[in-house]
Ligand binder design. Structure first.
Ligand code: F6R
Length: 233
């Protein structure tokens, strides 16, 4: 695992963007993408760059369940706003949060991932060590699945909603096994709230209680964090 410590999220996002650029120069065709506040600076750097993504495929990690793609809090909306409106991809996949048949949607998403092996996966990390919406206790061999969000994640995400009661309690999420199949992984973490999660990810035992800890077993992971997030290492 490679660790890059940056002064702040802007520098961290720029580093992550450079890793995407290098991967594309080396033939990467499919990017795995995340939402949340962590990758914003990276998306900004992508949008401001002259890089062309129109021959690339993107596959997002997750989407809230029961939320319309036009809802400003949906991850579809987030991706349009922060990346795809400015930098369209050849095809961008995000789980369908309105799918009536959840099992069918899960199968569909697993097929998409199988048909488009992810060359570089971008990840954030939750304060409890979750990656995507894979909460503590998620089996390491999980594929795409429907998840029940924990109280701490609902609370952390409520800052994006008018009220905590509006935060969906479920999501569709790429599984840990699929994430681990990505050729390269870049995980970013910024801010002191992520200190414990970063310590557990980098130094802790590999346990399903800290989903991100499995990344220690991946052959090509770069962790980019700011000084605050790395303070306990
Ligand atoms: C979002 C996702 C989540 C976030 C994590 C951190 O697609 O996969 O795991 O990366 O919850 O969220 P932020 O970046 O808002 O701190």
């Amino acid at each position: 695992m490679k660790l890059i410590i940056t002064k702040d999220s802007i520098e961290g996002g720029t580093k992550a963007f450079e890793l995407i650029k290098d991967a594309m120069a080396n033939g990467a065709k499919t990017l795995g993408l995340a939402t949340g506040s962590t990758p914003l600076a990276m998306y900004d750097a992508m949008c401001k760059s002259s890089l062309d993504f129109s021959e690339m495929i993107s596959i997002n990690l997750d989407e809230y369940y029961g939320i319309d793609p036009t809802n400003a809090q949906s991850y579809h909306y987030f991706m349009q706003k922060h990346l795809f409106d400015k930098k369209p991809f050849k095809h961008s996949y995000v789980p369908n949060g309105l799918a009536k048949d959840i099992d069918q949607e899960v199968d569909r998403y697993n097929q998409i991932i199988a048909q488009n092996p992810i060359d570089l996966q971008i990840l954030g990390i939750g304060q409890n060590g979750h990656i995507a919406f894979n909460e503590p206790g998620t089996p390491f061999n999980s594929l795409t699945h429907k998840v029940d969000l924990t109280e701490s994640t609902i609370k952390a995400n409520s800052r994006f909603f008018k009220d905590e009661s509006e935060v969906p309690h479920q999501a569709i999420c790429m599984g840990i096994k699929s994430i681990m199949h990505s050729k390269k992984i870049v995980l970013m973490a910024f801010g002191k709230e992520k200190q414990d999660a970063i310590k557990a990810l980098v130094e802790g035992p590999i346990t399903e209680q800290v989903p991100a800890s499995i990344l220690q077993d991946h052959p090509d992971v770069t962790v980019i964090c700011d000084e605050a997030a790395s303070a306990k290492l």
